[in-house]
Ligand binder design. Structure first.
Ligand code: DC
Length: 226
């Protein structure tokens, strides 16, 4: 029997990372953040100064890159052996990450790496296309969503907590832009098909969302008979 996959997809700022990490801990599954892989490649291209329209160079770079996701307590991201966990979260990287994410050949390279995790582990994997492209046969597919206002508010509070002052309206605009790019991308756009469980987290606490997912997992596990 194939290892179990909990696929968590949804727009930026819906709380995927927070929820996916807790669910993975509770189930003792491996947590995989696929966004970190797109971010790592984006950072490398920026460091190398590869222009975003040089598709072949970007593909070549992706072929020759080692990305490691360490599922220890700190979830470190290693790019060719170097710890880039903090650097990949910078706004510049967020803004540019759609370039590599829009190149099919690059996605195919990352899909291969993402599928490898299932060979050895049960996984909770978060992203935009996990249930649609990476694992269409995932045993549990969750679509996490929240209103634009709520996602902007959460991001605002998070940045404020980090000592960064930024205008709430600015954040809202940025989120709307990212939604547009994720949903309208030609390759592997963010889509919600009927086999997803849709969870609107706007008025839910993190604990409530986690509990919903764990319940759905238990139901699926029972259906599967193990
Ligand atoms: O979830 P995130 O913000 O860390 O994602 C970073 C970027 O990667 C963002 O532009 C969306 C993209 N992405 C993607 O195209 N497919 C995924 N499975 C995960 C992220």
């Amino acid at each position: 029997m194939k290892n179990f996959v909990v696929a968590i997809d949804g727009p930026a700022g819906a709380g995927k990372s927070t929820v996916a990490k807790i669910v993975a801990k509770k189930l003792k599954f491996l947590y995989v953040d696929t966004g970190a892989m797109y971010r790592a490649l984006t950072l490398k291209a920026m460091k190398l100064g590869i222009p975003w329209n040089e598709k072949e160079k970007l593909i070549e770079m992706a072929k020759n890159t080692k990305i490691e996701l360490l599922d220890n307590d700190k979830y470190r991201v290693l790019l060719d052996g170097e710890d880039v966990s903090e650097e990949i979260r910078k706004e510049e990287v967020s803004k540019n990450s759609d370039y590599v994410a829009s190149i099919l050949e690059i996605r195919q390279i990352l899909w291969g790496k993402q599928r490898d995790f299932r060979e050895k582990y049960n996984i909770v994997m978060e992203g935009r296309d996990i249930g649609s492209k990476v694992f269409p046969d995932a045993q549990l597919k969750i679509f996490l969503d929240a209103s634009v206002e709520e996602r902007a508010k959460r991001r605002y509070l998070q940045l404020k907590g980090m000592g960064i002052e930024i205008n709430l309206e600015e954040i809202k605009k940025e989120i709307i832009k990212r939604d547009e790019r994720d949903k309208n991308r030609e390759i592997a756009p963010l889509i919600k098909s009927d086999d997803y469980y849709y969870i609107d987290t706007t008025n839910l606490t993190i604990e409530e969302v986690v509990e919903k997912i764990i319940k759905l997992y238990e139901k699926k596990k029972e259906e599967r008979g193990n």
